[in-house]
Design a protein around this ligand. Structure first.
Ligand code: PLP
Length: 408
């Protein structure tokens, strides 16, 4: 008999965005003339930077000639892209990260979800709450948690509450954990971790022989100069941190797919017999077995953002979304709502009025303003009472959505 992985059954049946889609479809079918504006899903809407498109066309052309054709590429990614990333995102900023420590992938979701495979099944995990659900769900699937409890928490997980009371900056736990998932700028709160906060986490991780899994998928959205873009800006991070980055929101690659992981050379974990094993070697072993590299055409497209022209085009693209974020933030506050984020991130996290539940607020916003957002409860128990809007929409629709919310 083929037994299934029962851990999958611990996960709640309805994936957040499927439930949203179901409710929106039901409303639209009952109200066919309603002009619904979607500020819910975190997908981008603006076209790829022209430099990327041109680089991909050139790469496609190369593949059409026998002399320049390429088949399987290196599993870790082509040197031209790893070198460009190391140079622009780290070395030029005075950070000690080299191309050998970078692993190109087909996006951060896979990296954030797969990284747990190289750690022991009995590792204790700590996860910011609310946060991108992939960290928790992949650990549930792997069997690193107990069952889902009635209060919305999985047994055996250390949740790190992020609320307005602690400025959405999770505090280090009192007890011991082995793996710590942090996301900054955070999805969904749109808030960031300061250098001081990160230093505390690094001190904790070093004292506990723990590893920080640092998701910086939205680093390109940081506008305030003192907010760290990389955990490697903080002293000691190379001894305890892995960083994830993505081209998805930086350059519109959500459909094109490209991301990367940085694993410092000296970073190790303990084997059962006590030997220290470089995590980079384990990840390379994992990737060479289960991954055959990101498409050459895509890697050439990603490389193009590091040209002067590419940097200018990416800045313009991010600037477009950040102007939307400003419109949303200001629109919500003039409607009398309390909102966070939206300064260093494309996400705006609003407090639902009068303690209204986040799904109730979702339904009310859909019915009265025909605007779709994401209920905070979908990102973790501490997201209850909050609601996420994204700035990835089209400008006119974003303005129209704010006008409708103001009229509510
Ligand atoms: N990390 C965070 C925090 C995200 O919000 C997302 C996507 O929404 C990802 C990673 C995944 O991005 P990618 O498109 O690179 O898989």
């Amino acid at each position: 008999m083929a037994h299934i992985n029962d851990n999958y059954r611990k996960l709640p049946g309805n994936y957040l965005f499927s439930e949203i889609a179901r409710r929106v479809a039901a409303y639209q079918s009952d109200n066919p003339s309603a002009k619904i504006i979607r500020l819910g899903i975190g997908d981008v809407t603006q076209p790829l930077p022209q430099v990327c498109v041109e680089a991909m066309k050139r790469a496609a052309d190369e593949l059409s000639h026998v002399e320049t054709f390429r088949g399987y590429g290196p599993e870790q990614g082509y040197e031209f892209l790893r070198g460009a990333i190391a140079e622009h995102n780290y070395i030029r900023r005075g950070l000690n990260v080299n191309a050998e420590e970078i692993f190109i992938s087909d996006g951060s979701k896979c990296d954030c979800g797969n990284i747990q495979e190289i750690f022991a099944l009995d590792s204790r995990i700590a996860i910011a709450d609310p946060v991108y659900p992939v960290y928790l769900d992949t650990n549930v699937m792997a069997g690193r948690t107990g069952a889902l409890q009635s209060d919305g928490h999985f047994e055996g997980v250390t949740y790190l509450p992020c609320t307005a009371d602690n400025n959405f900056s999770p505090e280090v736990p009192r007890g011991h954990v082995d793996l710590i998932y942090l996301c900054s700028p955070n999805n969904p709160t749109g808030t960031t971790l300061s250098k001081d906060a990160l230093k505390k986490w690094i001190d904790y991780a070093r004292a506990n022989d723990a590893i920080i899994l640092y998701d910086a998928a939205y680093a390109a959205y940081i506008t305030e100069p003192d907010v760290p873009s990389s955990i490697f800006e903080i002293e000691g991070a190379r001894e305890c941190a892995i960083e994830f980055r993505s081209f998805s929101k930086t350059a519109g690659f959500t459909g094109t797919r490209c991301g990367y992981v940085v694993i410092p050379s000296g970073l190790t974990g303990a084997a059962a017999d006590g030997e220290r094993v470089p995590l980079k070697n384990l990840w390379l072993r994992r990737q060479t077995t289960k991954f055959n590299g990101t498409a050459y055409i895509v890697q050439r497209g990603a490389e193009a953002i590091y040209s002067d022209e590419g940097q200018a085009q990416v800045k313009k693209l991010v600037g477009y979304y950040m102007e939307n974020a400003k419109i949303i933030r200001e629109g919500l506050s003039s409607a009398g709502l309390t909102a966070y984020g939206g300064v260093n991130a494309p996400y705006i996290w609003l407090k639902t009025p009068d303690g209204e539940g986040s799904w109730e607020f979702f339904d009310r916003l859909l019915r009265t303003a025909n605007v779709v957002g994401t209920p905070g409860a979908g990102f973790g128990p501490c997201g209850e009472g909050y609601f996420r809007l994204t700035s990835f929409g089209d400008r006119d629709k974003t303005i129209e959505a704010m006008n409708r919310i103001a009229a509510m």
